[in-house]
Design a protein around this ligand. Sequence first.
Ligand SMILES: NC(=O)c1ccc[n+]([C@@H]2O[C@H](COP(=O)([O-])OP(=O)(O)OC[C@H]3O[C@@H](n4cnc5c(N)ncnc54)[C@H](O)[C@@H]3O)[C@@H](O)[C@H]2O)c1
Length: 379
Amino acid sequence: MKKTVKFGLIGCGLMAREFASAAARWCHFTCDVPRPEIIGICSPVEAETKWFLDNFDGIKYCVSDYRELLEKDDIEAVYCAVPHNLHEQFYVDIINSGKALLGEKPFGIDKDANDRIMSAVRTNPGSFVRCSSEFPYYPAMQTMIKWIREGRIGRIIEVKAGFCHSSDMDLNKPINWKRMKKFNGEYGCLGDLGIHTQHVPFRMGFIPKSVYAIMSDIVTERPDGKGGRAVCDTFDNAVLNCIAEDRDGNEFPMILETKRMDPGSTNRWYFEIYGVDCSAKFTSDDPGAFCYTASWGKEQAWSRINIGYKPMLPTITGGIFEFGFVDAIQQQLGAFMLEYTGAEVPFGLFTAEETHMSHVLATAALRSHYNKTVENLEF
Ligand SMILES: NC(=O)c1ccc[n+]([C@@H]2O[C@H](COP(=O)([O-])OP(=O)(O)OC[C@H]3O[C@@H](n4cnc5c(N)ncnc54)[C@H](O)[C@@H]3O)[C@@H](O)[C@H]2O)c1
């Protein structure tokens, strides 16, 4: 049997259910990946715990105060998926408790909160802390990452990455915490979606040196779900125009977009890189496909390979089948388990240090937007 690591889940919402579902089908892996075993859950809303209790026999602790889970010696690691205004206190307490943390983005509602989380990381040098970002685990994206690392792109001309939704195009969609500054943070869509766009560039060494940001607050009010109206004070869309530098010191434009109002996009995560030798693209709208240019003399042709189900961590699924969001979540969780237990993985999760870079970028983006300035970045 695979080694297990006992987990507590803090927050029992959308993402905690995805975590638990991925953990429940660990037999999917054919390689030796330690299994997350959920023994504790925490939510202040009792109704949210029912699905977990109905589906997971091993839950010993079901609590409404997360500190009770942190006192349990048999819980080794915590997945924490709660609104952004709670990240700072919860993550600091988890790190100080000595348990490993897989936390959700943005790792603090703002840079001050992230600074305090980073200070807990520094005062606990043995702590293992990672931030969730699952999209790079699509096999077609992993192929692109491999090509970038192999230097096949040549001198970079431009990078574009984005995460775009359209459910907010429905102006009758009731407000929730993700559309309120006091819970979601001043960054708005950028805090919610930004880390997803930054994981690959940061890890590939594409570091933004400056940013000029355009942020849009298009919908300022929404139904409150109780027959009235509520203020919707978060930014809906953000376009970050950065000058980035590669590892050889060459500068290139890098455009990072995060949008909740992107007509036609459901949950479109994409990454595009344009280079002198080769260009390549991936979009979750066409999840099996890896697109790249082949040169025909002076001309370039876009080629499309269907990569199929060839994930970073091998599984039982046949290579001709299709890979999707739930598979990406499980691959990321598998990578977390391996990194936590000391194994190397080809592409690791977003680190605490990278969340710091993300907050420096997002805070500069806000300044840039308000002042209409180009902001230089120091990490
Ligand atoms: N990785 C991804 O793709 C992805 C997608 C969506 C959301 N997220 C992130 O996940 C986190 C949670 O988002 P979600 O979509 O699951 O939200 P959600 O609203 O579905 O769930 C939030 C949970 O937090 C719980 N909670 C609130 N106050 C609490 C408290 N005091 N103690 C314990 N639990 C409490 C709620 O009861 C709920 O169960 C956020 O940080 C969000 O940015 C990540």
